[in-house]
Design a protein around this ligand. Structure first.
Ligand SMILES: Cc1cc2nc3c(=O)[nH]c(=O)nc-3n(C[C@H](O)[C@H](O)[C@H](O)COP(=O)(O)OP(=O)(O)OC[C@H]3O[C@@H](n4cnc5c(N)ncnc54)[C@H](O)[C@@H]3O)c2cc1C
Ligand code: SF4
Length: 483
């Protein structure tokens, strides 16, 4: 156990965010430095529980009490070894994960949970600084070749595991850069791209091959894909955005979040001087109160929006755990992300009825109405209709599943009832030798689940190719969060 009295004597602490007026002038990550000494004390709060519920909350089964103890004892090298034992990319989860482990932490029953996510990011940052993150080349080549389609966290985790197991792995990505949503969805202020790039360098040095600009099903036929590889992993994500087909949807100035965020990221990558869809000087409305909406919010503020309003159809969530979401579940609470702290107006229990245009066919406002829950649905509250002036609307209402045309249709893999790619217990689809992981099979989810599925699908592929049980499989395809 770390500090036997730490949980009694040390209050929870996390790093401060940089001042809003400063961070809005740049796109860098928003958190200030956190001293090693403070971090050690935070790790020392861990009680090394007999039944560590943090494990259960974490889809990767991260060995949290072990690395808390190692950090407390200043054995940082030991800590990164234990962290890498279950997580290929702790820097992705350490910056981006909503930390279901913290929601499940036993200390959280009557106190503040251990700052697990902060300990995680500090361990991996220190490991990179010290040069401890080195390529891990395989001991022997198996002579087998695996294609991974899609280079988001699921594809990358699968590729790294399979490369290290000795297979020749080729990652096909239709975008011009590797990374999936880590690259073009998630803004710099949440995770700076150097974190992704240095990990890709490690993977290249280990032997993983990357081919960008290859849309499988178009540039490379599925017949070629199958004939050139002994197994295939589909990790193409959940890319079809939910739309809002109401009157006025065709007006200029209404965009999906994933039409808006990628060019903003491209400006930061140096590809564009200005985004073709900019919020500069505009009244912006974001429809959808989730993480994607918050990313649009932070981006719009950095682009110099005149005003930003985020609409959510659900009621305002509570500040404390409600009775129906007890510990150790991940509760739906009123959360103030860094983007929310930067400004803007949040409206809950409202629905959009219509988009209103000007004489040139451009958006000038939307009409909204307050709603209340009734019989599991939403009904408008009479007399609450009003117009909200706006010149840019961003739709951030989630994703309905993977694209079927092209790769999925041509492979003929079966889909589940929700339209995602169906898998068996080893993550194999209905087509022999074709596997699937991440949002493409799970539906829209989280990075931690994508990495976890990537590790599990690698175990399934390795077992299929070699008949051995060599790689860890943290989860099954039907495992769900503690909700
Ligand atoms: C804006 C936004 C912000 C988010 N923020 C967070 C967050 O803060 N924390 C968190 O945990 N989760 C977040 N998520 C969710 C998280 O990003 C996803 O759950 C995760 O990236 C899924 O990983 P994946 O590897 O399955 O797919 P993706 O990351 O979607 O990658 C799929 C890749 O496959 C490629 N592809 C698809 N079809 C083909 C084809 N036929 N040929 C070649 N390539 C193909 C795509 O171009 C893409 O690059 C966010 C999602 C969005 C949209
Ligand atoms: S549940 Fe919390 S206190 Fe217990 S071992 Fe995990 S991190 Fe430590």
């Amino acid at each position: 156990m770390a500090d036997p009295k730490g949980f009694l004597t040390t209050p929870r602490e996390t790093p401060r965010r940089r001042p809003v007026d400063i961070r809005l002038k740049d796109w860098r990550e928003v958190y200030e430095e956190f001293s090693h000494q403070k971090l050690q004390q935070q790790a020392g709060r861990c009680m090394d529980c007999g039944i560590p519920f943090c494990h259960q909350g974490c889809p990767l089964g991260n060995l949290i009490p072990e690395w808390n103890d190692l950090v407390w004892r200043e054995d940082w090298r030991g800590a990164i070894e234990r962290l890498h034992a279950t997580n290929n990319f702790p820097e992705f989860t350490g910056t981006l994960c909503p930390a279901p482990c913290e929601a499940a932490c036993v200390l959280g029953i009557n106190s503040d949970a251990v700052s697990i996510k902060q300990v995680e990011i500090e361990i991996i940052d220190r490991a990179w600084e010290e040069g401890w993150v080195r390529p891990e080349t395989p001991a022997a080549a198996t002579g087998r070749t695996v294609a991974v389609v899609g280079s988001g966290p699921a594809g990358l985790a699968a590729a790294q595991q399979l490369t290290r197991a000795g297979h020749r792995v080729i990652v096909y990505e239709r975008a011009d850069r590797i990374g999936g949503l880590l690259r073009y969805g998630i803004p710099e202020f949440k995770m700076e791209k150097f974190r992704l790039d240095r990990r890709l360098e490690q993977m290249r040095a280990e032997g993983t091959e990357f081919r960008t600009g290859v849309n499988v099903g178009v540039d490379l036929t599925v017949e070629q894909l199958r004939s050139e590889h002994d197994a295939v992993v589909l990790a193409g994500g959940s890319t079809v955005s939910r739309d809002l087909p109401i009157t006025g949807r065709e007006l200029g100035g209404i965009h999906q979040a994933m039409e808006y965020l990628p060019p903003a990221n491209r400006v930061q990558q140096g590809d564009l001087s200005h985004s073709p869809i900019s919020a500069e000087g505009k009244n912006v409305v974001i429809i959808g109160g989730g993480d994607t909406g918050a990313d649009c919010l932070g981006t719009a503020h950095r682009q110099g929006a005149a005003s930003v309003t985020q609409l959510e159809i659900m009621p305002t969530p509570p500040n404390e755990r409600p009775d129906n979401q007890p510990w150790p579940t991940y509760p739906m609470l009123y959360r103030v992300s860094s983007a929310h702290e930067e400004g803007g107006n949040r409206m809950f229990s409202v629905n959009t009825q219509e988009f209103l245009g000007d004489e040139n066919g451009n958006l000038r406002a939307l009409r909204l109405v307050e709603v209340r829950r009734e019989n599991g649905g939403f009904v408008p509250v009479e007399g609450t209709e009003r117009e909200l002036p706006c010149e840019l609307v961003l739709l951030a209402m989630g994703f309905v599943g993977p694209e079927r045309a092209g790769m999925i249709d041509e492979l003929g893999v079966e889909l589940d009832a929700r339209g995602n790619v169906a898998r068996d217990r080893s993550f194999m689809t209905s087509v022999d030798g074709v596997f699937s992981a991440g949002d493409m099979g799970r539906g829209q989810s989280l990075i931690v689940w994508a990495i976890s599925e990537g590790r599990s699908v690698a175990a399934g592929v390795d077992q299929y190719l070699m008949g051995r049980d060599a790689l860890p499989a943290p989860i099954g395809p039907n495992d769900r969060p503690l909700t």
